[in-house]
Ligand binder design. Structure first.
Ligand SMILES: Cc1ncc(C[n+]2csc(CCOP(=O)(O)OP(=O)(O)O)c2C)c(N)n1
Ligand code: SF4
Length: 244
């Protein structure tokens, strides 16, 4: 009988600490499957950021370095330039990648650093209790926009994939989601390509995951998973740039 399910080698056999219904866990699993399939586990270095996924090293069995406060793309640049034989990825929330670290993130893409950047866009600062982030939807209630994000006051959502896609140094750029089985499969394919962009030395690889934060959205896990479709109306799911 063909084997349909295998525990990824790169995923540590331990329980996730994430809230029920959080998509970080699904994305971690996909990441491990991709690392396994590309057979890069012994030469991969991950950069963990601030935010809920800062404990990446508890779950993913590759070398992980903490580069908090939005500096993952810069620290990753240094590692990759010193050791071009390594495969380097960053794992950052929207607060880390697109607020505190926006300069580091965009310039790494513009320079065409051969690293893979993963942004988990859950439209809030999850770990610190659900404050507004650059990607908060119009009229979305957060602890710092209790009446809803009013674009005339707090601005419009920042569309990072759309910005990066315009940079010459960016070889692959996609926005994906994991709220349906079909999207999980599409997301995995895109994630693999974001790694291939650096492995084949084509340039910066960027992948953005729309991700649920049931706790800070004040929803149950199922409603939060369905709510991803609302996010996708503002942040279209799309491959913006491909090197093939
Ligand atoms: C410079 C700086 N300001 C504020 C913080 C506090 N802080 C820790 S986690 C976090 C929010 C992280 O949000 P996000 O990156 O979206 O990740 P999530 O928790 O949603 O996965 C903040 C503001 C910090 N660590 N560093
Ligand atoms: S606070 Fe949100 S992002 Fe953080 S673990 Fe919980 S559901 Fe996930």
């Amino acid at each position: 009988m063909p084997e349909l399910f295998k525990f990824p080698q790169s995923l540590k056999k331990t329980l996730f600490h994430y809230c029920p219904g959080c998509h970080h866990s699904i994305i971690h699993r996909l990441l491990c499957e991709v690392i396994d399939e590309l057979e890069i586990r012994d030469k991969t270095v991950g950069l963990a950021s601030i935010g809920c996924a800062c404990f990446l090293y508890f779950y993913i069995d590759v070398d992980i370095i903490e580069a908090p406060h939005g500096r993952s793309c810069s620290a990753g640049t240094g590692i990759k330039r010193a050791r071009p034989d390594l495969v380097v990825f960053t794992y950052q929330g929207d607060g880390d990648f697109a607020a505190i670290g926006l300069g580091d993130s965009l310039h790494a893409g513009s320079r065409g650093e051969k690293i893979t950047a993963i942004m988990i866009n859950n439209t809030v600062y999850g770990m610190t209790g659900g404050q507004v982030s650059p990607t908060t939807l119009p009229m979305q209630k957060t602890t710092t926009t209790p009446s809803g994000r009013d674009p005339s006051k707090e601005g419009y959502p920042l569309k990072v994939a759309e910005i990066l896609a315009g940079f010459e140094g960016v070889a692959f750029c996609a926005r994906v989601a994991v709220n349906t089985p079909q999207r999980v499969l599409q997301a995995k394919k895109a994630l693999k390509k974001a790694f291939l962009a650096q492995i084949e030395e084509r340039g910066f690889g960027y992948i953005e995951f729309l991700s649920a934060c049931p706790v800070n959205w004040k929803m149950d896990p199922l409603s939060a998973t369905r709510h991803i479709d609302k996010l996708a109306e503002v942040f279209p799911l799309k491959i913006f740039k491909d090197f093939e």
